[in-house]
Structures are given as structure tokens and as C-alpha cells.
Design a protein around this ligand. Structure first.
Ligand code: CLF
Ligand code: SF4
Length: 520
């Protein structure tokens, strides 16, 4: 395969707003064969954008459907400690960077313990629809534990979707087993399609009973990843590609990765920021390799629009995460706590609860459609802004500013409200009091936004946000997010049109490095 070498930098991307153009012949429709060329079709798509059987698979998977992630939860079980490669952004004392944020896994589990935990979580959190195995090492470097967990779970909780994440080295050897256990969703972390780029990311792989290094290691890994992806596509398994954006190493190269994985049938492409700090003890952390800024990440994602469908709502969660994306309830389900719980796996009760979730989700979609129908009327401006939203789930503006550990970011135009990412922040309100020293970092995290929509906000953060030029908005508390955001935006444009305020572009924002601070 010839591998074109891209020469654009992130700076070039930011200036040129370059967009991938994929030859029509490569477009395979918005299905498991990849996207149809429209922006972000996959993760934010609905039932009219794909075949019914694909929609069935993704509709309540919080990672494969942006809409679902407001309503449905996933959990991971840490049954896979070993890994068969080394990534320069990983330190084995921490979670797998593929699918987690840095931080040790609390407990490694046997398959039996894992299944017990899944049943306990499923009985407490009926909107938990997906069980993923995502480390802390590589799911397929631990095949016995991974597949035993899937086998046991399928017998005992057949309504839970199975999902796994892998670096791809061992993938071609396990496609049959993946299909045998009805694992419908597989994530492959692919950071390069050129071994010359790969050797800067992977110092070694363990292959054919020996340690292989340098270009040869990256070449083997690349070939195995491509083969595995093609085999899964041929068997109808939905695939998501995770790529870690490493400025100066694979930033512009990810456009090429996007093209190549689309060609091979990837359903989604998730471009995630490198999380790198010296205290993580990783090669990149120790040698000062930085992660991207918010605008750099968005520039690469935007440049890939038109290629494979993009996921932008990934939370880089822990290998033992539990709950909605963005929340982590793993502390409530330690082995000791599970021992004390009365676990009743009632599939009918789960279904009944999920029907209520579906009704709420439908109402959110309808509210968005109605808001869009009126928001563009009478306005000819082309103003585009970002807003931050505090939400604890359900697709509503329903969180106090001080309780937020992340803000969801939406891009608004007169005719669209699109989820484009999230920003982790340190908790402002700790033990009932606002921690004012946290405020500057929170403002930095949403500094590119024109407004922040919250359920409630105190006087001190309100003043600090206003001083930074970010409008705190609590007028739409508990409304559906898109409707609230579009209503605020219509009002904002009116104020601009009347000369009451002047519209100005805002600057960049920082991506939080590492885990958020848990509530005290
Ligand atoms: Fe887990 Fe990954 Fe399955 Fe999701 S996570 S194995 S596909 S169930 Fe999701 Fe977490 Fe991002 Fe992964 S938010 S890190 S994309
Ligand atoms: Fe770490 Fe995952 Fe890379 Fe293995 S594949 S080295 S566990 S980030």
C-alpha cells in the first residue's frame, strides 16, 4: 500500500480549515461500511441515517451514538491486566490510555467476579446497556479471561451488549471468537498507518515469542491492525477506531488514518487528545511531549469531516468505569460492596425502565427539531459560537455550576446545535463551599465559549465568568440542552443585531490533563 505523507501542521489546519475529501467511489453509505461523507454522521446519527439492523446495534450504545450517551450507561470490568505492546503514552501502573484516564484500576477481577459485578450494576443502574473490556492492559492479550467473561455474561444477562477494546496486534487471531460470543462492537486503537510515524509511538511489541523494536515493530502492528479491521468488517462487526492525537508526531497524519480506516469499513473514528504529564511516568510525560489544546483537537477533527464518521463525546474513561459517560460510579461497586448487595437481575424491570428512557430521549429529539425550526427564522447572520453546558444526564441543563466535573460543549449556528466535545474541570464546590482557586482553571477550560448554561450558579463564579467574557446563563434550567442552547443563541443574536452587544470571536481553551478531582 502506498502511504502518502501529510505535511500540514496543526497550525496549518487551524488556519486553512482543511477538510478531508474522499473520492465518491470510496464512500460506502452510512452503515457498518463507514460514513457517507457528511459531517459526524455516525455518532450523532439517528435511525434515518443508517440501515435498521445497524441502528439496532448502536441506538443504546453510549459510545457509538452521541444521542444515546445522554441517557444510557456503560461499564468496564478490569479482567485484562497484561499487554503485548508498549505505547509511549502508557505506564502500566495506570489505566490503559486507550480507553481510560490515568489512574490505577481499583481492583483487578476474575471473570466470575466480573460477571457478579455486572449483574449487581445492571440491577442498580437499569440504563446500563453495555459491558466493555478495555484493559487495564489489552483485552486480546488476555483472551481466556476476556472470552470467559463474555461467555458467562451472555448466559446470565443476554440483553447486555458486549464491547471490547484492543491495540489490534492479536486481533486477526480472535475474530472467530469475537463473532462466536456476539461481541458486536470492537474498538481498535490505531495511531498511524505509516510505520515511520508508528516507531515514534511504539518502542516495542511482543510478537512471535520475541520482542520486536523500531520500524519493524510498527510495521507488524500496522499490518495486523489493518487485517483485523478488514476481517471484522467482512463479518459485520461494528468497529470504532480510537486515535490518540500527539502534536508533532501524528496530528496531520490522522487525516490519512481517517481515510484508511474508512476505506476498510470502520463505523466510527474517535480522535482523542494525548493526556501527558510527568507524574504519569510515561515516556511522553517524562520527555515533555505535550497534549493538544482544545482548538488543535477540534481542528484535526474538523479536518477529518467528510471521511469516517467522527465520535466527539469520548471521555477517555477508566478501565473499571461505571455509569454514564462523564460520571464514574465505580466506587459504589467494589467487591466488598457487591457482597452486601441483594442482586436481582430482572430483565423485565430493566426493559420497563429503558422504555421510560426512550420516551425522554424522544422528547429531547423533538424539542431540538422544534427549536431548530424556529431558530434560523428572520436572521441572516453567520455567527457561530461554542457554549458550555452543565448536565448530569438525561440531555438536560440540570447541574449546578459548582457540581460540574465536566462541561459539554455545543457549537451553535442559526440552523444547528452540534455536540463537539467536553471539557473536564476540577470541582468548584467542595463540601458546600466554593473553592475560588479552582476558578481560573475552570475558566481556562471553557475559555473558547461565549456562554455557560447551568441549573444554578453562585455570585462569585458568575462575576469571574463575566469578567472573562463568558456569559453565565441559568434561565434555561432543566430544559433540554439543544433547545436551551438555541433559545439562548437566538437571544444573543438579537442583542448583537440591535447593537446592545458586539459579537467577538473567542480564543483557545485548555484540555484538562489527568483525572478530575473527586468530591471531598
Ligand atoms: Fe467501553 Fe470503549 Fe466499549 Fe465504550 S468506552 S470499550 S466503546 S463501552 Fe467510550 Fe470510554 Fe471513550 Fe472508550 S467513552 S474511552 S470510546
Ligand atoms: Fe498501555 Fe493499552 Fe498501549 Fe498496552 S495498548 S501499552 S495497555 S495504552
Amino acid at each position: 500500500m502506498s502511504i502518502p505523507t501529510a505535511t500540514l501542521s496543526i497550525g496549518d489546519l487551524l488556519r486553512s480549515k482543511r477538510v478531508v475529501t474522499t473520492p465518491a467511489a470510496e464512500s460506502g453509505g452510512c452503515s457498518s461500511q463507514g460514513g457517507d461523507g457528511k459531517a459526524s454522521c455516525g455518532s450523532s446519527a439517528g435511525p434515518h441515517d443508517m440501515p435498521a439492523e445497524i441502528w439496532e446495534k448502536v441506538k443504546n450504545h453510549p459510545c457509538y451514538s452521541e444521542e444515546a450517551h445522554h441517557h444510557y450507561a456503560r461499564m468496564h470490568v478490569a479482567v485484562a491486566p497484561a499487554c503485548n505492546i508498549q505505547c509511549n503514552y502508557c505506564n502500566r501502573k495506570y489505566d490503559c490510555s486507550n480507553e481510560s484516564r490515568p489512574g490505577v484500576v481499583s481492583q483487578k477481577l476474575t471473570p466470575q467476579q466480573a460477571v457478579k459485578k455486572v449483574l449487581a450494576v445492571a440491577s442498580e443502574i437499569p440504563q446500563m446497556t453495555v459491558l466493555g473490556i478495555a484493559g487495564p492492559g489489552d483485552a486480546l492479550a488476555n483472551p481466556k479471561k476476556t472470552f470467559e467473561t463474555f461467555r458467562l455474561l451472555q448466559e446470565q444477562a443476554p440483553d447486555i451488549k458486549l464491547c471490547l477494546s484492543t491495540n489490534g496486534l492479536a486481533l486477526p487471531d480472535y475474530v472467530d471468537e469475537i463473532c462466536k460470543y456476539n461481541v458486536d462492537h470492537v474498538t481498535i486503537t490505531i495511531n498511524m498507518v505509516d510505520p515511520a510515524v508508528g516507531e515514534k509511538i511504539y518502542p516495542w511489541i511482543f510478537w512471535d515469542h520475541r520482542r520486536v523494536t523500531g520500524y519493524e515493530a510498527a510495521k507488524i502492528l500496522h499490518e495486523r491492525q489493518m487485517l483485523g479491521l478488514e476481517m471484522l468488517t467482512a463479518r459485520g462487526v461494528l468497529t470504532k477506531i480510537n486515535s490518540v492525537l500527539i502534536p508533532g508526531i501524528n496530528d496531520e497524519h490522522l487525516i490519512e488514518v481517517n481515510r484508511e480506516v474508512k476505506k476498510r469499513g470502520a463505523f466510527l473514528h474517535n480522535i482523542m487528545p494525548l493526556i501527558s504529564a510527568p507524574e504519569h511516568g510515561t515516556v511522553f510525560g517524562l520527555n515533555g511531549q505535550r497534549g493538544p489544546t482544545a482548538q488543535e483537537l477540534k481542528a484535526v477533527q474538523d479536518a477529518c469531516m467528510g471521511g469516517a464518521n467522527l465520535m466527539r463525546h469520548c471521555r477517555q474513561c477508566r478501565a473499571d468505569a461505571v455509569g454514564l459517560l462523564g460520571e464514574d460510579r465505580s466506587d459504589e461497586f467494589t467487591l466488598e460492596q457487591i457482597e452486601k448487595m441483594e442482586v436481582v437481575y430482572d430483565i423485565d424491570k430493566r426493559r420497563a425502565y429503558q422504555q421510560r428512557v426512550e420516551a425522554e430521549r424522544k422528547a429531547q429529539v423533538e424539542a431540538k427539531v422544534q427549536a431548530l425550526a424556529t431558530s434560523g427564522a428572520g436572521h441572516s447572520d453567520d455567527i457561530k459560537v461554542l457554549v458550555a453546558v452543565a448536565s448530569e444526564g438525561g440531555g438536560r441543563v440540570n447541574q449546578h455550576f459548582g457540581h460540574a466535573t465536566e462541561f459539554q460543549i455545543f457549537e451553535l449556528t442559526a440552523t444547528s446545535a452540534t455536540f463537539v466535545g467536553h471539557r473536564r474541570v476540577d470541582l468548584y464546590c467542595q463540601g458546600g463551599w466554593g473553592e475560588d482557586e479552582q476558578l481560573p482553571s475552570i475558566v481556562n477550560a471553557i475559555n473558547d465559549c461565549h456562554a455557560v448554561l447551568v441549573a444554578k450558579i453562585g455570585a462569585c463564579p458568575r462575576d469571574e465568568l463575566l469578567a472573562a467574557g463568558i456569559e453565565p446563563v441559568d434561565a434555561y434550567a432543566y430544559e433540554f440542552i439543544e433547545k436551551a442552547a438555541l433559545s439562548w443563541f437566538a437571544d444573543y443574536r438579537q442583542r448583537v443585531a440591535s447593537g446592545q452587544i458586539v459579537h467577538r470571536s473567542r480564543g483557545d481553551a485548555s484540555i484538562r490533563q489527568g483525572a478530575f478531582t473527586a468530591a471531598a
